[in-house]
Design a protein around this ligand. Structure first.
Ligand SMILES: Nc1ncnc2c1ncn2[C@@H]1O[C@H](COP(=O)(O)OP(=O)(O)OP(=O)(O)O)[C@@H](O)[C@H]1O
Ligand SMILES: O=c1[nH]c(=O)c2[nH+]cn([C@@H]3O[C@H](COP(=O)(O)O)[C@@H](O)[C@H]3O)c2[nH]1
Ligand SMILES: NC(=O)CC[C@H](N)C(=O)O
Ligand SMILES: [Mg+2]
Length: 521
């Protein structure tokens, strides 16, 4: 088993690609494209280049909001990289190499944003193999490379930019002014494949199956016979993390699913039921009263989030004490969470305090294990599929840990939770019945802290308003509202008002993120 593990570790180490982040909004997209090619890669901020580069087969330099000529712009020492490893420098990266190695970069008269077409001058170059003349590329720059660096040869131009791609003679150093990582660069993926596979010789071996084998071996090594406790939410990330861990350590994994009283209608029972068939050791803990108590009288969104986060920790701590000698706490942290916390620009302003990212308090004395910390959400789903997890479970919409508490504006009472559970149930069931559930990234209902006048059966009513929200997104970072069919909205609104006592008005949220957020609190 040990040698099997070492072979996998070796394979991954030999195929690792380093993406050096200069703060571009597209850096994560570069990583996504590389992973789509079944090649493993990791993002490092430009000021934290790993000392030992022996495991890396290639380096990609990202774009940046900075101009290379600015004093505070990223100016790392690349002497360990350039000429020693194959390099693909994108946009700012290309300008950086030109600026510091004998070329010239200047603000251009013809700034290029958006579409451009490439005239490939050196189509015999491996970088441009299978890339057609006039291929569409996406540009986003205001500086231009006026003179190429020393020993460079031009590989391509566009109608506005002479030096759209170049290569340093005698080195596997390539530079491109356009962004191959965005979908609008139609041959971008081919170019990345040319660079990574043909030029750098990486193997396309990063598959869900390889990930499962490697991770299970790593977890066995790391955890041994120790016990692990894991918070299971019924969501995709924690479920996939649980199944992976279970494969590695079996009965030493203790899963805890907390009913915080803020789940969807019947969710506690149905999720527990769903887990029954998966062989996991799951304990359902009904802590609804404790959460409602902690929320009593609170109406500020941040105070509510913090009260929930703290109660989660208390419940977990109590449960962990029930298990003798537990050493690890497992979490379903995924790569976007990790990147956020090591980003070039440092932590961004707090918009919302997510309930599970505050870190563990010292008193818990548990070590953390996060088997999914290098995966993007769609990769987590692919790994889940590889592990044989139910399609329905993997397709579930994300649901926030603080649950309905952040969808009930103002203070929380058991009665409000009940009303919202009913409304949410009608909405979500409706989406399923109308085959819309899988077309929507996330959906839910919000209970507003206002009442409005209505008329029902000739009587005046003065009852609550609910908002429905359904969004399209890929990662929750940006989102747009979904154009649900009017007939569906009409039917849903009717059913809600007829069935849920206490509600006499339904509205549909048509705000995108930004400027709004997905949740209302
Ligand atoms: N009701 C709960 N009981 C136990 N742990 C929970 C509960 N809700 C959330 N957690 C923990 O908080 C973590 C973060 O929640 P989050 O909603 O971001 O992820 P998820 O539920 O695993 O996946 P998804 O993003 O698909 O909902 C979960 O992975 C889980 O460990
Ligand atoms: O586990 C979670 N704990 C939280 O505290 C939390 N707050 C928001 N979300 C989810 O994150 C995504 C983006 O939400 P926002 O646009 O409201 O920030 C959406 O998918 C939200 O449902 C949370 N998930
Ligand atoms: N996208 C980029 O990397 C842009 C680089 C630089 N800020 C420019 O505007 O030219
Ligand atoms: Mg969740």
């Amino acid at each position: 088993m040990l040698s099997f593990f070492l072979v996998f570790l070796f394979l991954r180490m030999q195929n690792n690609v380093l993406i050096l982040d200069f703060g571009s909004q597209y850096t994560q997209l570069i990583a996504r494209r590389v992973r789509e090619l079944n090649i493993y890669c990791e993002i490092y901020p430009y000021h934290k280049i790993p000392e030992d580069l022996s495991g890396f087969k290639a380096v990609i330099l990202s774009g940046s909001p900075f101009s290379v000529r600015a004093e505070d712009a990223p100016h790392p020492d690349l002497s360990q990289i350039r000429g020693k490893l194959p390099v693909l420098a994108v946009c700012y990266g290309a300008q950086y190499l030109a600026h510091f190695f004998g070329g010239k970069v200047e603000p251009s008269d013809t700034r290029e944003y958006g579409r451009a077409n490439l005239s490939v001058i050196k189509d015999a170059e491996p970088l441009f193999e299978n890339i057609k003349e006039n291929s569409q590329v996406w540009m986003s720059h205001s500086d231009s490379i006026i003179d190429l660096p020393e020993n460079a040869v031009r590989l391509a131009s566009t109608s506005d930019v002479l030096n759209a791609a170049y290569r340093i003679d005698g080195e596997d150093t390539f530079a491109i002014q356009f962004h191959p990582e965005v979908y609008h660069s139609t041959d971008g993926k081919q170019l990345l494949e040319n660079f990574l596979v043909k030029i750098a010789g990486t193997q396309q071996s990063w598959t869900p199956g390889a990930f499962v084998d490697l991770t299970v071996s790593e977890l066995k090594e790391k955890i041994g016979d120790d016990k692990v406790v894991l918070g299971l939410s019924g969501g995709v990330d924690s479920t996939v993390a649980a199944v992976l861990l279970h494969k590695a350590i079996g009965k030493n994994l203790y899963c805890i699913f907390v009913n915080n009283g803020l789940l969807r209608k019947n969710e506690f029972e149905s999720v527990l039921d769903q887990y029954k068939h998966m062989g996991l050791n799951v304990k359902g803990v009904d802590a609804s009263a404790r959460f409602l108590d902690a929320l009593k009288g609170l109406s500020d969104p941040e105070e509510k989030r913090k009260a929930i986060g703290n109660t989660f920790i208390e419940v977990f701590d109590d449960e962990a004490h029930e298990i003798k000698d537990v050493v690890y706490l497992a979490q379903g942290t995924i790569y976007p969470d990790v990147i956020e916390s090591v980003s070039v620009n440092g932590p961004s302003v707090t918009i919302k305090s997510h309930h599970n990212v505050g870190g563990l308090p010292d008193f818990m004395k548990l070590k953390v294990v996060e088997p999914l910390r290098m995966l993007f959400k769609d990769e987590v789903r692919r790994v889940g599929k590889e592990l044989g997890i139910d399609k329905e479970l993997l397709g579930r919409h994300p649901f926030p840990g603080p649950g309905l508490a952040i969808r009930i504006l103002g203070d929380i009472t058991a009665e409000k939770v009940r009303i919202l559970q009913e409304v949410d149930h009608v909405f979500i069931q409706g989406l399923r019945d109308w085959m819309l559930y899988d077309k929507v990234w996330q959906a839910g209902a919000i209970l507003l802290p206002i009442q409005s006048v209505g008329v029902m059966g000739d009587e005046r009513t003065y009852e609550q308003v609910v908002a429905l929200r359904a969004v399209e997104s890929t990662d929750g970072m940006t989102a747009d509202w979904v154009n649900l069919p009017y007939e569906f909205l009409q039917k849903t609104s009717n059913t809600i008002i007829n069935r849920v006592k206490g509600v006499n008005r339904v509205v549909y949220d048509i705000s995108s993120k930004p400027p709004a957020t997905i949740e209302w609190e």
